[in-house]
Each structure stands twice: as structure tokens, then as C-alpha cells.
Design a protein around this ligand. Structure first.
Ligand SMILES: C[C@H](O)[C@H](O)[C@H]1CNC2=NC(N)=NC(=O)C2=N1
Length: 117
């Protein structure tokens, strides 16, 4: 993991991960690329439980911490990017991929590759 933190996102890297690991909402926030996977949960309490699982993975993944958002009562979002470089690295895809795999769900949104690059 640590060795991959230097790998700034390229269109090729993004595409390869997209093909391998699934589809996440990719956002460009004032020039900073971020991954925004989101899930619907059955209750507010389950959303908080989900955050606890996310936190454990984030710690286990080498202190790679996403922003956590619980919008309304059942819309759970995590914002993943590497603060240290102000953008995405391969680490972010690995962390997202693990979060998705452990949640047992697919992210529900997709944004066009072409609209980002
Ligand atoms: C020292 C400490 O590990 C770093 O500040 C970590 C903390 N968690 C982090 N989380 C994320 N998402 N990006 C970072 O660059 C980052 N840096």
C-alpha cells in the first residue's frame, strides 16, 4: 500500500480499476478528484454501524481515512481521496474496493469518464 501512494491517478489507471473493481462516482471538486461511493441503508442506526466498519477498514488500510456522510436518514456516502496530494492515488481505489467488497453492495452511481478527463 505505502509504495503505491505515489501513483497519481491517470486516465489509464482509472479505466483499469473501473474495469476490475466496479464503478464509483468520480467527482472533480475544484480540481481535486475524489471517489464518492454511496449506499442506501435500512435505518439511521445501520448507517452508523456501517461507518464503524468503514473506520476499521480505514485504520487497517494504513490510516487512509475517508470523509463520512450520512445524508437524510439512509443515504450513506464516503468521500475518498488522498489529502496529502490533493487528489486520487491507487490507494484510494484499493480502499474503495475493500469498502465495497465488505459492504456486499455495489455503488449506485456512475459518472462518465469523459466528463472528468
Ligand atoms: C500521518 C497520517 O497517517 C496521514 O496524515 C494520513 C492520515 N489519513 C489520511 N487519509 C487520507 N484519505 N489521505 C491522507 O493523505 C491521509 N493522511
Amino acid at each position: 500500500m505505502a509504495g503505491k501512494a505515489c501513483c497519481m491517478l491517470t486516465p489509464e489507471l482509472f479505466l483499469s480499476h473501473r474495469l476490475l473493481d466496479g464503478i464509483w462516482l468520480l467527482a472533480n471538486e475544484n480540481g481535486t478528484l475524489k471517489l464518492h461511493p454511496s449506499w442506501l441503508v435500512k435505518s439511521f442506526t445501520k448507517g452508523l454501524g456501517f461507518f464503524n466498519r468503514v473506520a476499521k477498514i480505514a485504520e487497517w488500510e494504513g490510516h487512509h481515512h475517508p470523509d463520512l456522510l450520512l445524508v437524510g436518514w439512509n443515504n450513506v456516502k464516503i468521500d475518498v481521496w488522498t489529502h496529502a496530494i490533493g487528489g486520487l492515488t491507487e490507494n484510494d481505489f484499493i480502499c474503495c474496493s475493500d469498502q465495497l467488497a465488505r459492504s456486499g453492495r455495489s455503488s449506485k452511481k456512475e459518472e462518465s469518464f469523459k466528463s472528468i478527463f
